[in-house]
Design a protein around this ligand. Structure first.
Ligand SMILES: [Mg+2]
Length: 142
């Protein structure tokens, strides 16, 4: 069974029960700041580092960088599929959710890399937005 055919409800003795995806969690209902996003991935990164430990920082940076590239490839593949530039069987299974999932994977991997590199994501994004607006003379709120 692939993701597209996964039922939205599970049953126990014929009774529908809520699945995790149907129950709004605190993550679903609270505003998501950049810091909150990074904090969530910091928890996930800690788990991954314990579950699949790598002996040193450089190996973790290498692994996180390769994961960014892997997920970019998967996102590219889904975008090609959205443009009917894939094999027919893949086009037949296409859904926008696939693109969104791969986009989220890319973002997750970039954030995981930032965590390993001790990059303050919010700070560097603020700096880069200011730089871009200044370079192209983009006025505030335009
Ligand atoms: Mg992926």
């Amino acid at each position: 069974m692939n993701d597209q055919t996964r039922p939205l409800t599970q049953t126990v003795d014929g009774e529908a029960v809520a699945t995790a995806s149907q129950e709004p969690t605190q993550l679903d209902t609270q505003p998501m700041t950049v810091q909150k996003l990074v904090d969530e991935y910091r928890v996930i990164a800690r788990y991954f580092n314990e579950r699949w430990p790598l002996p040193d920082h450089n190996q973790r940076v290498f692994a996180r960088t390769m994961k960014v590239m892997e997920e970019l490839g998967e996102l590219s593949d889904e975008i090609l599929t959205s443009m009917n530039l894939s094999r027919d069987s893949k086009i037949a299974e296409f859904s926008r959710e696939n693109v969104e999932d791969e986009f989220a994977d890319v973002l997750a991997c970039v954030i995981s890399l930032a965590i390993e590199l001790d990059i303050d994501v919010e700070e560097v994004i603020r700096r880069k937005i200011a730089f871009t607006k200044e370079r192209y003379e983009i006025k505030a709120n335009s």
